[in-house]
Write a protein that binds this ligand. Sequence first.
Ligand code: PMV
Length: 327
Amino acid sequence: MSIISTSAPGKAILFGEHAVVYGYPAIAVPVMQVSATVQISSVDNQPDGWIWLSALDIGVNSPSTKLPLDHPLILPIKLVPDELGIKNLPAMRIDIHSTIPVAAGLGSGAAVSVALIRAIAEFLGQPLSDDRVSTLAFSVEKIYHGTPSGIDNSVITYSKPIYFIRGEQPSGNRITRIGVGKTLNLVIGDTGIPSPTAATVGDVRQTWLAHPEIYNSLFTRIGELVKQARVALERGESELLGVLANENHALLTEIGVSCAELDRLVDAARASGAFGAKLSGGGRGGNMIALVPKEKVSKVVQALTSAGAVHAIACQVDGGNPEQRIK
Ligand code: PMV
């Protein structure tokens, strides 16, 4: 019996969400403390094409034929063999587990897609390059997000801090792995409010269409700020990153994607010693992140929990990575 195991981390957007959809740069980091894992084992006593899918965290435990064809777990099972030109799939059992909170802006869907795409390709004996994994994961992301920028599948596939600029097509994305001058301590606080990214991205698009000058100017200011943040990140200037995070949050609030619960967590993080804090991801719920001095991490975690966060995850983004163009 053959068994394949793969995993993929969570992610957080540090700077530039929403503006990134319109071609401005954004910075995202992997969150290695949480992950999605996929195990595929061959099944001897079933015919070709038989697939049992178990993802107990989201209540799936059935033959794959019981799920709709556009289900985000089914799409990779179709996309990968198509990509590899393989027609007959051997019988298999797929087990998916994730410690990434769902619908919380930590990239749970993209991480499952990346791990699943890698696992199927490896199980079929033809591992895919990161570039192809990311492109296929992007096709699945469209189900979750409608018009995603592609930053989630990219940072999760490469599992490194990235500076991301969206292209017209996924093949046109510009992705640079960025150096981190000094270990960055982050605390990620989850409001517990599910907020589908497709809805916030769609609302922002409607308002952008109605008020293009105002929104283009907000996106431009976010883009400028992301460029400054990249330099600060490379130089290890954590305090400056905090200031920029605060500014980015103010601009996201003007765009209309913050909410009272996010603001409460952002304020609690700042009041308990964070360098700065902002919402992260789609907004109107989901997550915020705080950039925190090392000695204040547990204080900020406590403050976020007291202010109503359902999860507060402390994580580190390590320094020392060289700058390198990935794509
Ligand atoms: O909700 P998240 O964490 O997946 O982030 C969405 C980020 C947006 O910029 C709002 C959308 C996108 O596709 O980049």
